[in-house]
Ligand binder design. Sequence first.
Ligand code: IPM
Ligand code: MN
Length: 371
Amino acid sequence: MHRVAVIGGDGIGPEIIEAGTRVLDAAGERYGFDISWQRFDIGAERYLETGMLLTEDDLAELARYPAIYFGAIGDDRVKPGILEKGILLALRFAFDQYINLRPIRLLRGVQTPLAGKGPEDIDFLVVRENTEDFYVGIGSRLQGREAKELEVIRDLYSIRFDLDVESDADEIAYQIGVVSREGSERAIRYAFDLAMRRRKKVTSVDKANVLTDIYGLWRDVFGQVAAGYPDVESEFNFVDAVTMWFVKNPEWFDVVVTPNMFGDIITDLGAMIQGGLGLAPGGNINPGGTSMFEPIHGSAPKYRGLGVANPVATIWAGSMLLDHLGEHEAADAVLSAIEASIAQGVVTKDMGGSVGTMAVAEHIAATILTS
Ligand code: IPM
Ligand code: MN
Protein backbone atom coordinates (compact mmCIF):
# COMPACT_ATOMS: atom_id res chain seq x y z
CA MET A 1 0.00 0.00 0.00
CA HIS A 2 1.36 3.40 -1.02
CA ARG A 3 -0.01 6.71 0.19
CA VAL A 4 0.16 9.58 -2.28
CA ALA A 5 -1.03 13.18 -1.92
CA VAL A 6 -2.86 14.68 -4.89
CA ILE A 7 -3.11 18.33 -5.86
CA GLY A 8 -5.20 18.69 -9.02
CA GLY A 9 -4.94 22.46 -8.98
CA ASP A 10 -6.36 24.75 -11.65
CA GLY A 11 -7.50 24.74 -15.27
CA ILE A 12 -7.01 21.32 -16.82
CA GLY A 13 -5.13 20.15 -13.70
CA PRO A 14 -7.98 18.16 -12.13
CA GLU A 15 -8.82 16.36 -15.42
CA ILE A 16 -5.29 15.28 -16.23
CA ILE A 17 -4.74 14.15 -12.64
CA GLU A 18 -7.92 12.08 -12.76
CA ALA A 19 -6.56 10.47 -15.93
CA GLY A 20 -3.21 9.86 -14.24
CA THR A 21 -4.63 8.29 -11.08
CA ARG A 22 -6.81 6.03 -13.23
CA VAL A 23 -3.71 4.68 -14.99
CA LEU A 24 -1.66 4.30 -11.82
CA ASP A 25 -4.53 2.42 -10.17
CA ALA A 26 -4.51 0.03 -13.12
CA ALA A 27 -0.75 -0.39 -12.74
CA GLY A 28 -1.30 -1.20 -9.08
CA GLU A 29 -3.94 -3.78 -9.92
CA ARG A 30 -1.66 -5.44 -12.46
CA TYR A 31 1.51 -5.36 -10.34
CA GLY A 32 0.00 -6.07 -6.94
CA PHE A 33 -0.05 -2.83 -4.96
CA ASP A 34 -2.66 -0.32 -3.87
CA ILE A 35 -2.39 3.43 -3.89
CA SER A 36 -4.41 5.41 -1.39
CA TRP A 37 -4.89 8.89 -2.83
CA GLN A 38 -5.36 11.82 -0.50
CA ARG A 39 -6.77 14.84 -2.34
CA PHE A 40 -5.80 18.36 -1.31
CA ASP A 41 -7.87 21.37 -2.23
CA ILE A 42 -5.04 23.78 -3.03
CA GLY A 43 -5.16 26.24 -5.92
CA ALA A 44 -6.78 29.32 -7.40
CA GLU A 45 -10.33 28.52 -6.29
CA ARG A 46 -9.41 28.27 -2.63
CA TYR A 47 -7.16 31.30 -2.94
CA LEU A 48 -9.95 33.42 -4.43
CA GLU A 49 -12.38 32.31 -1.71
CA THR A 50 -10.12 32.48 1.32
CA GLY A 51 -6.86 34.21 0.38
CA MET A 52 -4.92 31.08 1.31
CA LEU A 53 -2.08 29.87 -0.91
CA LEU A 54 -0.08 27.17 0.85
CA THR A 55 -0.65 27.06 4.58
CA GLU A 56 1.42 25.67 7.43
CA ASP A 57 -1.32 23.07 7.90
CA ASP A 58 -1.07 22.03 4.24
CA LEU A 59 2.68 21.62 4.58
CA ALA A 60 2.45 19.64 7.82
CA GLU A 61 -0.13 17.33 6.24
CA LEU A 62 1.74 16.92 2.92
CA ALA A 63 5.01 16.18 4.73
CA ARG A 64 3.51 12.83 5.77
CA TYR A 65 3.55 11.59 2.16
CA PRO A 66 6.52 10.28 0.17
CA ALA A 67 5.08 11.78 -3.01
CA ILE A 68 2.69 14.40 -4.32
CA TYR A 69 0.96 13.99 -7.68
CA PHE A 70 0.51 17.53 -8.97
CA GLY A 71 -1.66 18.73 -11.88
CA ALA A 72 -1.14 22.40 -12.68
CA ILE A 73 -1.74 25.82 -11.20
CA GLY A 74 -2.46 29.17 -12.83
CA ASP A 75 -5.71 31.05 -13.35
CA ASP A 76 -6.66 34.07 -15.43
CA ARG A 77 -8.34 35.72 -12.44
CA VAL A 78 -5.10 35.84 -10.45
CA LYS A 79 -2.14 38.08 -11.22
CA PRO A 80 0.78 36.09 -12.73
CA GLY A 81 3.28 35.04 -10.11
CA ILE A 82 0.98 34.76 -7.09
CA LEU A 83 -0.04 31.12 -7.50
CA GLU A 84 3.22 30.11 -9.16
CA LYS A 85 5.35 31.47 -6.35
CA GLY A 86 2.82 30.94 -3.55
CA ILE A 87 2.04 27.31 -4.36
CA LEU A 88 4.28 25.55 -6.90
CA LEU A 89 7.60 27.15 -6.04
CA ALA A 90 6.66 27.21 -2.36
CA LEU A 91 6.20 23.42 -2.45
CA ARG A 92 9.49 22.85 -4.27
CA PHE A 93 11.33 24.99 -1.72
CA ALA A 94 9.48 23.85 1.41
CA PHE A 95 10.22 20.20 0.69
CA ASP A 96 13.73 20.97 -0.55
CA GLN A 97 13.02 19.20 -3.84
CA TYR A 98 16.42 20.12 -5.14
CA ILE A 99 16.28 18.04 -8.30
CA ASN A 100 13.92 18.80 -11.15
CA LEU A 101 14.31 15.77 -13.36
CA ARG A 102 12.94 16.20 -16.88
CA PRO A 103 13.37 13.38 -19.38
CA ILE A 104 13.59 14.53 -22.99
CA ARG A 105 12.75 11.40 -24.88
CA LEU A 106 10.97 10.95 -28.19
CA LEU A 107 8.57 8.06 -27.74
CA ARG A 108 8.03 5.67 -30.64
CA GLY A 109 5.25 6.87 -32.91
CA VAL A 110 5.55 10.54 -31.88
CA GLN A 111 6.41 13.21 -34.45
CA THR A 112 9.31 15.52 -33.67
CA PRO A 113 9.67 18.82 -35.54
CA LEU A 114 13.36 17.96 -36.01
CA ALA A 115 13.77 16.69 -39.55
CA GLY A 116 15.60 13.38 -39.83
CA LYS A 117 15.66 12.66 -36.08
CA GLY A 118 14.02 9.66 -34.43
CA PRO A 119 13.63 8.03 -31.00
CA GLU A 120 17.23 6.81 -31.10
CA ASP A 121 18.45 10.44 -31.41
CA ILE A 122 16.30 12.10 -28.76
CA ASP A 123 16.82 10.46 -25.39
CA PHE A 124 18.42 12.47 -22.63
CA LEU A 125 17.71 13.71 -19.12
CA VAL A 126 17.79 17.28 -17.92
CA VAL A 127 18.67 17.66 -14.25
CA ARG A 128 17.51 21.14 -13.34
CA GLU A 129 18.75 22.43 -9.99
CA ASN A 130 15.47 23.35 -8.31
CA THR A 131 16.07 25.50 -5.22
CA GLU A 132 18.54 28.26 -6.10
CA ASP A 133 19.66 30.64 -8.84
CA PHE A 134 17.25 33.41 -9.86
CA TYR A 135 14.38 31.55 -8.21
CA VAL A 136 15.44 32.43 -4.66
CA GLY A 137 13.22 35.50 -4.72
CA ILE A 138 15.72 38.15 -3.64
CA GLY A 139 14.97 41.41 -5.34
CA SER A 140 13.03 44.59 -5.28
CA ARG A 141 11.39 47.35 -7.26
CA LEU A 142 12.18 50.79 -5.93
CA GLN A 143 10.94 54.22 -6.83
CA GLY A 144 12.83 57.44 -6.47
CA ARG A 145 11.69 58.31 -2.98
CA GLU A 146 12.77 54.92 -1.62
CA ALA A 147 16.04 55.34 -3.34
CA LYS A 148 18.55 55.50 -0.53
CA GLU A 149 19.13 51.83 -1.22
CA LEU A 150 19.40 52.62 -4.90
CA GLU A 151 22.07 55.21 -4.41
CA VAL A 152 24.11 52.61 -2.58
CA ILE A 153 23.73 50.15 -5.44
CA ARG A 154 24.52 52.82 -7.99
CA ASP A 155 27.63 53.95 -6.20
CA LEU A 156 28.84 50.45 -5.50
CA TYR A 157 28.53 49.26 -9.05
CA SER A 158 28.87 52.55 -10.93
CA ILE A 159 25.62 51.85 -12.74
CA ARG A 160 25.07 54.45 -15.38
CA PHE A 161 21.72 55.92 -14.49
CA ASP A 162 20.90 59.33 -13.31
CA LEU A 163 18.60 59.04 -10.36
CA ASP A 164 16.33 61.77 -9.14
CA VAL A 165 15.61 60.73 -5.57
CA GLU A 166 12.97 63.43 -5.21
CA SER A 167 10.76 62.05 -7.96
CA ASP A 168 8.66 58.90 -8.00
CA ALA A 169 9.01 58.77 -11.76
CA ASP A 170 12.42 57.15 -11.42
CA GLU A 171 12.29 53.48 -10.82
CA ILE A 172 14.68 50.58 -10.70
CA ALA A 173 14.28 46.86 -10.23
CA TYR A 174 16.86 44.24 -9.41
CA GLN A 175 16.86 40.54 -8.76
CA ILE A 176 19.70 38.47 -7.43
CA GLY A 177 20.62 34.90 -8.26
CA VAL A 178 22.28 32.71 -5.67
CA VAL A 179 24.27 29.55 -6.23
CA SER A 180 25.85 27.74 -3.30
CA ARG A 181 28.56 25.12 -3.31
CA GLU A 182 26.32 22.70 -1.44
CA GLY A 183 23.29 23.39 -3.63
CA SER A 184 25.12 22.97 -6.90
CA GLU A 185 27.13 20.00 -5.73
CA ARG A 186 24.11 17.90 -4.78
CA ALA A 187 22.45 18.53 -8.14
CA ILE A 188 25.62 17.88 -10.14
CA ARG A 189 26.37 14.72 -8.18
CA TYR A 190 22.84 13.47 -8.86
CA ALA A 191 23.44 14.03 -12.58
CA PHE A 192 26.69 12.06 -12.55
CA ASP A 193 25.05 9.21 -10.64
CA LEU A 194 22.33 9.06 -13.29
CA ALA A 195 24.90 9.09 -16.09
CA MET A 196 26.68 6.10 -14.53
CA ARG A 197 23.54 4.07 -15.26
CA ARG A 198 23.23 5.45 -18.82
CA ARG A 199 25.63 6.45 -21.60
CA LYS A 200 28.09 8.03 -19.16
CA LYS A 201 28.16 11.60 -20.37
CA VAL A 202 27.24 14.78 -18.47
CA THR A 203 26.90 18.23 -20.00
CA SER A 204 26.89 21.31 -17.77
CA VAL A 205 24.84 24.19 -19.15
CA ASP A 206 25.61 27.67 -17.80
CA LYS A 207 26.59 31.20 -18.76
CA ALA A 208 29.92 31.43 -16.98
CA ASN A 209 31.27 33.78 -19.63
CA VAL A 210 29.00 36.61 -18.46
CA LEU A 211 27.55 35.75 -15.04
CA THR A 212 31.03 34.93 -13.85
CA ASP A 213 30.33 34.82 -10.12
CA ILE A 214 27.40 32.48 -9.75
CA TYR A 215 28.12 30.32 -12.77
CA GLY A 216 31.85 30.51 -12.13
CA LEU A 217 31.17 28.79 -8.81
CA TRP A 218 28.85 26.32 -10.56
CA ARG A 219 31.64 25.46 -13.03
CA ASP A 220 34.22 24.99 -10.31
CA VAL A 221 31.93 22.60 -8.48
CA PHE A 222 31.11 20.76 -11.71
CA GLY A 223 34.81 20.26 -12.40
CA GLN A 224 35.43 18.97 -8.88
CA VAL A 225 32.52 16.54 -8.96
CA ALA A 226 33.48 15.35 -12.46
CA ALA A 227 36.97 14.48 -11.19
CA GLY A 228 35.36 11.87 -8.95
CA TYR A 229 33.75 10.11 -11.92
CA PRO A 230 36.66 9.21 -14.23
CA ASP A 231 34.43 6.88 -16.28
CA VAL A 232 32.00 9.64 -17.16
CA GLU A 233 32.74 12.04 -19.99
CA SER A 234 31.96 15.64 -19.05
CA GLU A 235 31.69 18.88 -20.97
CA PHE A 236 30.51 22.49 -20.65
CA ASN A 237 28.05 24.25 -22.92
CA PHE A 238 26.91 27.85 -22.73
CA VAL A 239 23.15 28.10 -22.56
CA ASP A 240 22.77 30.04 -25.80
CA ALA A 241 24.81 27.45 -27.66
CA VAL A 242 22.96 24.53 -26.12
CA THR A 243 19.65 25.72 -27.57
CA MET A 244 21.30 25.39 -30.96
CA TRP A 245 22.72 21.91 -30.28
CA PHE A 246 19.42 20.59 -28.84
CA VAL A 247 17.92 21.29 -32.26
CA LYS A 248 20.84 20.29 -34.46
CA ASN A 249 22.38 17.34 -32.59
CA PRO A 250 20.13 16.10 -29.76
CA GLU A 251 21.87 12.70 -29.99
CA TRP A 252 24.96 14.20 -28.36
CA PHE A 253 23.26 14.50 -24.99
CA ASP A 254 22.89 11.94 -22.23
CA VAL A 255 22.51 13.86 -18.96
CA VAL A 256 22.38 17.66 -18.92
CA VAL A 257 22.75 19.47 -15.59
CA THR A 258 21.96 23.14 -15.22
CA PRO A 259 21.02 25.91 -12.79
CA ASN A 260 17.35 26.56 -12.16
CA MET A 261 16.41 29.23 -14.67
CA PHE A 262 18.28 27.86 -17.67
CA GLY A 263 16.73 24.52 -16.79
CA ASP A 264 13.28 26.08 -16.97
CA ILE A 265 13.98 27.53 -20.39
CA ILE A 266 15.74 24.65 -22.09
CA THR A 267 13.17 22.08 -20.95
CA ASP A 268 10.40 23.85 -22.85
CA LEU A 269 12.64 23.55 -25.89
CA GLY A 270 13.22 19.93 -24.94
CA ALA A 271 9.47 19.38 -24.68
CA MET A 272 9.02 20.57 -28.24
CA ILE A 273 11.67 18.27 -29.64
CA GLN A 274 10.04 15.32 -27.86
CA GLY A 275 6.73 16.10 -29.53
CA GLY A 276 5.17 18.94 -27.55
CA LEU A 277 4.28 20.12 -24.06
CA GLY A 278 1.56 17.49 -23.85
CA LEU A 279 4.27 14.85 -23.64
CA ALA A 280 6.76 16.33 -21.17
CA PRO A 281 6.85 15.13 -17.53
CA GLY A 282 8.91 16.26 -14.59
CA GLY A 283 9.81 15.12 -11.12
CA ASN A 284 10.66 17.51 -8.28
CA ILE A 285 12.79 15.21 -6.22
CA ASN A 286 14.12 15.23 -2.70
CA PRO A 287 15.73 11.81 -2.44
CA GLY A 288 15.16 11.80 1.31
CA GLY A 289 11.84 13.63 1.58
CA THR A 290 8.55 14.44 -0.08
CA SER A 291 8.90 14.52 -3.87
CA MET A 292 6.40 15.86 -6.38
CA PHE A 293 5.57 14.71 -9.90
CA GLU A 294 3.85 16.89 -12.49
CA PRO A 295 3.52 17.59 -16.18
CA ILE A 296 5.79 20.52 -17.06
CA HIS A 297 3.00 22.31 -18.90
CA GLY A 298 0.66 24.77 -17.23
CA SER A 299 -3.05 24.84 -16.43
CA ALA A 300 -4.27 25.85 -19.94
CA PRO A 301 -7.40 27.58 -18.55
CA LYS A 302 -9.10 27.83 -21.92
CA TYR A 303 -9.31 24.04 -22.23
CA ARG A 304 -10.59 23.56 -18.69
CA GLY A 305 -13.46 21.11 -18.41
CA LEU A 306 -13.52 20.26 -22.12
CA GLY A 307 -11.92 16.83 -21.70
CA VAL A 308 -9.53 17.43 -24.60
CA ALA A 309 -6.23 17.96 -22.78
CA ASN A 310 -3.44 15.49 -23.46
CA PRO A 311 -2.96 13.41 -20.29
CA VAL A 312 0.29 11.79 -21.44
CA ALA A 313 2.68 14.20 -19.69
CA THR A 314 0.81 13.61 -16.43
CA ILE A 315 0.63 9.83 -16.90
CA TRP A 316 4.36 9.78 -17.68
CA ALA A 317 4.97 11.86 -14.54
CA GLY A 318 2.95 9.14 -12.80
CA SER A 319 5.38 6.56 -14.14
CA MET A 320 8.21 8.59 -12.59
CA LEU A 321 6.24 8.67 -9.35
CA LEU A 322 5.97 4.87 -9.36
CA ASP A 323 9.70 4.62 -9.97
CA HIS A 324 10.23 6.88 -6.99
CA LEU A 325 8.05 4.59 -4.86
CA GLY A 326 10.19 1.63 -5.91
CA GLU A 327 7.57 0.14 -8.28
CA HIS A 328 10.02 -0.07 -11.18
CA GLU A 329 8.26 -2.78 -13.15
CA ALA A 330 4.96 -0.95 -12.99
CA ALA A 331 6.68 2.31 -13.94
CA ASP A 332 8.12 0.70 -17.08
CA ALA A 333 4.76 -0.83 -17.91
CA VAL A 334 3.07 2.58 -17.76
CA LEU A 335 5.58 4.04 -20.20
CA SER A 336 5.28 1.05 -22.55
CA ALA A 337 1.50 1.34 -22.47
CA ILE A 338 1.74 5.05 -23.33
CA GLU A 339 3.90 4.15 -26.33
CA ALA A 340 1.53 1.35 -27.36
CA SER A 341 -1.53 3.56 -27.35
CA ILE A 342 0.25 6.28 -29.29
CA ALA A 343 1.29 3.64 -31.83
CA GLN A 344 -2.39 2.65 -32.12
CA GLY A 345 -3.37 6.24 -32.79
CA VAL A 346 -5.20 6.71 -29.49
CA VAL A 347 -4.17 10.35 -29.13
CA THR A 348 -5.63 13.74 -28.28
CA LYS A 349 -6.12 16.70 -30.57
CA ASP A 350 -2.68 18.26 -30.01
CA MET A 351 -1.18 15.07 -31.48
CA GLY A 352 -3.49 15.02 -34.47
CA GLY A 353 -6.15 12.72 -33.01
CA SER A 354 -9.62 13.24 -31.61
CA VAL A 355 -9.66 11.03 -28.52
CA GLY A 356 -10.61 12.65 -25.21
CA THR A 357 -8.50 12.92 -22.06
CA MET A 358 -10.21 10.15 -20.11
CA ALA A 359 -10.54 7.82 -23.10
CA VAL A 360 -6.76 8.01 -23.65
CA ALA A 361 -6.28 7.14 -19.97
CA GLU A 362 -8.77 4.25 -20.14
CA HIS A 363 -6.95 2.86 -23.17
CA ILE A 364 -3.57 3.07 -21.46
CA ALA A 365 -5.05 1.49 -18.31
CA ALA A 366 -6.56 -1.37 -20.34
CA THR A 367 -3.22 -1.94 -22.08
CA ILE A 368 -1.50 -2.28 -18.72
CA LEU A 369 -4.16 -4.64 -17.36
CA THR A 370 -3.85 -6.98 -20.35
CA SER A 371 -0.05 -6.85 -20.63
C1 IPM B 1 7.97 25.03 -14.77
C2 IPM B 1 7.17 26.30 -14.71
C3 IPM B 1 7.41 26.98 -13.38
C4 IPM B 1 8.89 27.31 -13.27
C5 IPM B 1 6.55 28.22 -13.11
C6 IPM B 1 5.09 27.97 -13.32
C7 IPM B 1 6.80 28.76 -11.72
O1 IPM B 1 7.46 27.12 -15.79
O2 IPM B 1 7.73 24.15 -13.92
O3 IPM B 1 8.81 24.89 -15.65
O4 IPM B 1 9.32 28.38 -13.74
O5 IPM B 1 9.61 26.50 -12.75
MN1 MN C 1 8.79 26.19 -17.23
